[in-house]
Design a protein. Structure first.
Length: 502
């Protein structure tokens, strides 16, 4: 890997007021979102960066649909190498899965149509081991390229096209052609996979905040990195300009104003003129602002992501205004200190209950419901296999940590739960999962109710497990993105499970 570190400067050195960044941080910390990381670059130099502990610069983060821009980049590289044309029809890549009597619209469907969300469908099949066959069997109701409809399966189909054309999976294709050249550590990346092993190009990548900045900077550079052309100039121009009208999104998401402006190749156009963004659910952004020569990369958990974008546009307006006067030494020192001490709220602290002595080392057998210690939201989004339920469990409380012993598939495993007001980092053992780093903290809500907060630090997601200890142990699980808003992903998680003493 060839990696050149970006120059770090103070904001005034690139004509940005420290106060403008302070106001942006104030806005982002005002309560509507849970921030994880931010990087601001201007003129190719990083002038502000910070991560809210326990998130950190080297930790990969679930990108959701921001993954699509990486997938589109693979297509762009294959186009640049002359391996395919954007006018190539999709169907010939998948002859074994093709329907026996394909419709005219399906025969006309091109790579370009898929790139710009113009497949012409109005539905997607459920994920299965035959997802390509099922996708090709989905009715195409509109002439390809004429109607915008956000198609996740189509985005993953682009990853399958790369594999069919090159014989390489998406990750292996991109590693020497993109990651190694622009300074992304391919060994630190993780992918979720479809049942047949194809990377989920629509939303399965886990990368760092800076990885996303580097990827989108390639587009801001016109496809050139360190003097080498990686993406053809015309592909970059098409990818970052409006290719599909998205005004129909006003009916679907009327408040998401930045989804109404247009769509390029697996990235969105924005309200400020010329601005475009790679975008993933819950506020994963890599934003290019050509007029100001600014790139902003954000990782967070937010339900109303438009609020984050509104704050960014206000920040851009400030940059367009009065430039900072003088070196602002005190202001720069204060901002730098603030960025170093960013943190999420501390866990609950309540370590005592008179029931501990009767619970310690007592095994409980699960008799009703499903108890698991896996992050299931991203699994469901990607159609991956759901976790196997835990068969039995026990707790061992000491002065600052609770050891959770549990049996699954006949094997006994352990997780450690901090009870001293900190978080305990576990490296959980999950089969065929892209994530495994799990922070656990626990506290007593009452004499009988012990709450365990589980944060999968490589994702946006947190869950709360409430164990009620009486004659039996009753468990309730709920998703909790921790930003004060109801999670759109917690359906079906609130069903209680029950375990009895063995």
């Amino acid at each position: 890997m060839k990696r050149i570190e970006f120059e770090r400067v103070t904001p005034p050195e690139v004509s940005i007021s420290c106060e403008s960044i302070e106001r942006l941080l104030d806005y982002l910390e005002s309560g509507f979102t849970e921030m994880h990381g931010i990087i601001i670059m201007r003129h190719g130099k990083i002038c502000a960066e910070g991560w809210w502990h326990p998130y950190a610069p080297g930790l990969r983060h679930g990108l959701q649909s921001l993954s699509k821009t990486y997938t589109a980049t693979a297509v762009g590289i294959a186009y640049t190498e002359g391996l395919l044309s954007l006018e190539d029809k999709v169907l010939p890549f998948f002859s074994p899965e093709a329907p026996s009597d394909p419709s005219t619209h399906l025969q006309d469907l091109s790579i370009r149509d898929v790139l710009r969300m113009g497949c012409g469908m109005e539905s997607s099949p459920p994920t299965s081991g035959h997802w390509i066959r099922d996708f090709l069997a989905t009715p195409i109701l509109h002439e390809p390229g004429t109607t915008f409809w956000y198609n996740n399966t189509g985005a993953t189909l682009l990853a399958a096209i790369i594999k069919r054309k090159t014989g390489l999976c998406l990750h292996d294709y991109l590693t020497p052609r993109l990651f190694d050249k622009i300074g992304i550590d391919a060994g630190n990346l993780r992918w979720a996979h479809m049942p047949d092993g194809t990377e989920i190009g629509a939303g399965g990548l886990y990368a760092t905040t800076e990885d996303n900045l580097r990827m989108i900077k390639l587009y801001a550079n016109g496809g050139v990195w360190d003097g080498e052309r990686i993406l053809a100039e015309d592909f970059v121009a098409m990818a970052t300009r409006k290719q599909m009208d998205t005004s129909n999104q006003r009916e679907i998401a009327p408040l998401a104003a930045d989804n109404h402006v247009g769509y390029g190749y697996q990235m969105w156009m924005c309200q400020p003129e010329g601005v475009y963004r790679a975008d993933g659910a819950l506020g994963q952004f890599a934003i290019v602002c050509p007029k100001q020569d600014i790139i902003i990369s954000i990782t967070e958990t937010v339900v109303d992501a438009q609020k984050t974008l509104d704050g960014v546009w206000s920040f851009l307006d400030e940059v367009d205004g009065k430039e900072p006067q003088g070196p602002e030494l005190a202001e720069c020192e204060f901002l730098a200190a603030r960025l170093k001490r960013l943190s999420m709220p501390a866990p609950r602290y309540s370590p005592f209950s008179h029931r501990i002595s009767s619970i310690n080392n007592q095994w409980y057998r699960v008799t009703e419901g499903l108890f698991h210690v896996e992050e299931v939201v991203s699994l469901g989004m990607g159609g991956m296999e759901m976790p196997v339920g835990i068969e039995a469990l026990s707790f061992n409380f000491s002065s600052d940590v609770c050891t959770l012993n549990y049996r699954v598939d006949g094997k006994t495993r352990q997780l450690f739960i901090a009870t001293n007001g900190t978080r305990y980092l576990n490296k959980a053992e999950y089969k065929n999962r892209p994530t495994g780093l799990l922070y656990l903290s626990g506290a007593w809500l009452s004499a009988k109710d012990f709450i365990v907060t589980a944060r999968w630090i490589e994702t946006c997601f947190e869950m709360e497990y409430i164990f009620a200890f009486e004659d039996a142990c009753t468990l309730t699980i709920q998703a909790n993105p921790s930003n004060g808003a109801d999670s759109p992903f917690d359906s079906g998680l609130r069903v209680p499970a029950r375990a009895v003493r063995i």
